[in-house]
Write a new protein. Sequence first.
Length: 504
Amino acid sequence: MGHSFQVPERLTAGAQYIGGRLRPGTSGRLQDVVNPATGESVYRYEPAGTADVDAAVAAAAGAFPGWSGATPGERSALLHRFAAVLGEQADGLAYTESLQCGKPLKLTTGFDVPGTVDNTSFFAGAARQLEGKAAAEYSGDHTSCVRREAIGVVGSIAPWNYPLQMAAWKILPAVAAGNTVVLKPAETTPLTSLMFAEAATAAGIPDGVINIVSGAGADAGEHLVAHPGVVMTSFTGSTAVGRRVAELAASTVKRLHLELGGKAPFLVFDDADLDAAVHGAVAAALINTGQDCTAATRAYVQRPLYDAFVGGVAELMESVRLGDPFDPATDIGPLTGFAQRDRVAGFVERARAYATVVTGGEAPGGPLASGAYYRPTLITGAAQDSEVVTSEIFGPVLAVLPFDSDDEGIRLANGTPYGLAASAWSRDVYRTGRATRELRAGCVWVNDHIPIVSEMPHGGYRASGFGKDMSAYSFEEYTQVKHVMYDNTAVARKDWHRTVFGDR
Ligand code: NAD
């Protein structure tokens, strides 16, 4: 594979970023970061043990009074500088993200990194817009006002599919609102989270405001969630682990924000623009090699368009170029690792018993055989309650099912416990209007599927979790509101005391 990019030399100091410094972890183990395009280790580190999590929480707690006491304008200025530093480091961030995840460079340079810079500058501005309710005399005798306050040390846990963006989504609203953070990235992809935290320090954000503990879910992750010094857990990952996190967080009554799995439906009505729907479905199913929580995974197509849609999707999928993430001609790279590739292949192999694999369904040979590649895969003929239609596969696999009436299409689209994202395709404003009202998901696109913007919230319904990332709505997760009530009468014996003292 033709690239000479290396992990930045300074990261050899260790993969724990605590109190503004890199250091090795104390778990006593070694963990490799593997380039999934080649199977080669590109970085080896000592993961965090519980002592490292304790140290990071202590650093965050130490930084909290100063950071939460800074003015919104001071925090905003530092976040603006942070966005500028990230922009200057864009190439290194994009290369490192491609190296540790196998993402095509055109995805990391066109989406992951600019999205992160934009999110940082959004929260730099939003930091000055935090507000409570205007003061007013609701009782007549008091002035009530609402203070919106930072809550303390936030423990965040992120997945491996978009490591840099997930670190940004977890950290930025928390610190913009005055909290301090300990983030645990996925054990296999810590590198860009570390670079993100280093860039914050380079921008002047005080030591201890952003800390990274790189380690496994079972030890560092669980210790962070159960930690009594952490007031909130913000988790992005699978629904299964989200359930475990919720159980652990209950022991210390932590505030929770859960961004969990998805199984997004792609609903095509019979008056849709077929070419747009076919291109939209393939792009939305294959972005990030399908490892996207909002990816199109189940297309429901109204019967008159069904055959043409299946034919168009198969043809387009076959034209997608798998390849070296660093080759500008590559459309999609490998899956993020070999275990994930084998998991995806398992779903497809089991599906052969009850459905038709129209295209794909195999790992490519030749020069790609040493990477975690899997061909874009189209499945038809699967029943609504089958595994490929109900389970999150997290790979380049799209199932297509037909429907007849609009009622049936919407019912099938709502037919899994997930509710993160959905799309509706039609030229009829009343049909799409109904779909936007009735599809149970935190985001519904009309005639598109995938785009996001920093100004708008991202989050799930039902088994996809609760709480919002991005946008000013995320401040609801990362702040608490306090009612402050001032007596205006200066009267010692207040009227309401009668309820306690009788007539005296
Ligand atoms: P995962 O649930 O296996 O792991 C997520 C994180 O949790 C990792 O950092 C992992 O180390 C940690 N973890 C694992 N076990 C833990 C435990 N017992 N206690 C504490 N932490 C633990 O998910 P993944 O495989 O890394 O990522 C893919 C999943 O993430 C998919 O389900 C995808 O839909 C979801 N995701 C959701 C969103 C969203 O916004 N809703 C965004 C991206 C990814």
